[in-house]
Design a protein around this ligand. Sequence first.
Ligand code: NG6
Ligand code: CA
Length: 546
Amino acid sequence: MVFRWFFLTVVSCLSISSAAAETPNIVLIYCDDVGYGDVGCYGAKAISTPNIDRIASAGVRFTDGHCASATCTPSRFAMLTGEYAWRKKGTGIAKGDANAIIQPGTETLASVLKKAGYRTGVVGKWHLGLGEGKVDWNTAIKPGPLEIGFDYSFLIPATGDRVPCVYVENHHVVGLDPADPIEVSFDGPVGNDPTGLDHPELLKMKWHHGHNATIVNGISRIGFMSGGHKARWVDEDMADVITSKAVNFVDQHAAASKDQPFFLYFSYHDIHVPRVPHPRFVGKTSLGPRGDAMVQLDWCTGQILDTLEKHGLDKNTMVIFSSDNGPVLNDGYYDDAVEKNGDHKPAGPWRGGKYSNFEGGTRVPFIVSWPGHTAPGTTSDALVCQIDFMASFAELTEQTLGDDAGPDSLNTMDALLGRSATGRDHLVEHARALALRQGHWKLIEPNAGPAKNQNTNTEVGAANGAQLYNLSTDPGETKNLAKDSPQRVQQMLSALNALRRDNRSRPVKQTNWSPWWIRTPRPETRLQPWSCCARHNSPSLRPWLV
Ligand code: NG6
Ligand code: CA
């Protein structure tokens, strides 16, 4: 009898648990250099973004949503691996011929979803390195996304402004003529292609800083490239090309099996430099190419939303819209971004932008919609970060992350869906230095240096001493309160150092399990369930440990 009761209880627990696993399709729309204030539903007046606003009207728009770093490679590394990039050497802005930064065998957001039965794809900007050793672009290029959990990839290998200027589909350059092999170098010239430095008369967009090496499609790039002429991309067509690949991925899914969920990481080139939108978008804003590229980006968003609707997939698809770092105007080309900006505020109310430790560096547009699960048209002030996607989706799909996987990824799914007003209780923001958020308090650690990025003119948040800001009364980070609150500064510096020292934010799971009746009650070593929120979990933030 007792056995029967026990058996039924176990069975019913199991069935409850499997009924709780949810596997919506997931479309992660990831922009490049789009700032908080560049999107209509975040207050942009000079740019209209009806399609992005459609996502917001079906879901939750976050006001305190972050990428993990203020530049691309480390942000993407953190989002895909659930580990802060500042913990790992070699995760700074990657060269165009960088080797794969995420090693095969590393658990990633894609591999977690693949284990849950998803078909996984990445389309667009990669910028996390490909291959190993001296990369040969004329043979199979691996490892890459396919070796870390993606079933399909169609890539801009690094950035639009770096060679090689070709697309890579799965392991191969698209449209490569074997008689015209590709060679790439970041150390010195290769081949005979003209450079922007020697032949400015050949340029349709002039370089301002950097970006003066090989000319491709009338635009000089970072790095040297020869060969692969037929395979080279045309910047004006890039948004159309990658959008058609993303749409194909969804179409194929719809044709093959609606039962298998899919995860599409759709990673735009826009609005990174060089900003060269298709002629049909030119002049759509008063802001020049930067604003017009934003209109193009919104169009791409509409295409993918329409495709979901066409197949009736929208009802069970979670759409996430965000950006890899804050905004920048002049990032290396004369494209009128500064001259035509007028009173547009790319970072919205936040100070700084790309490259900055001020909020503008990492506080970006962040929208989540999932019909039937997110309340339409809502706003959340919860502190959320892309680094948490991994643990949050592991939880949603009822998987347990290993201790080595995603060490800084916390399950914040309730906040992401707007079910809870509380997200993280702390976050490390990464630019040239580290900054710690604890609620509305923000500490930027001492980092001496010029106040502005000398190329882009962005305020980077440098200062000899610590900076402490109260974002609830001073969202623009104008009053440094460090001298008034030395104790808080000390507490936050030690918490930051403890996060560094611990090598993780999510506590390890308890492995030496023993029955409760023989456990020693020692609060300082008792570990909390990993999926709980950071407030209860982070060893670094428990004051009795720091
Ligand atoms: C910088 C480039 C900048 C941009 C950035 C990467 C120079 C002087 N600046 O080094 O133009 O390419 O790297 O941007 O070369 S990111 O959004 O991909 O991180
Ligand atoms: Ca970027």
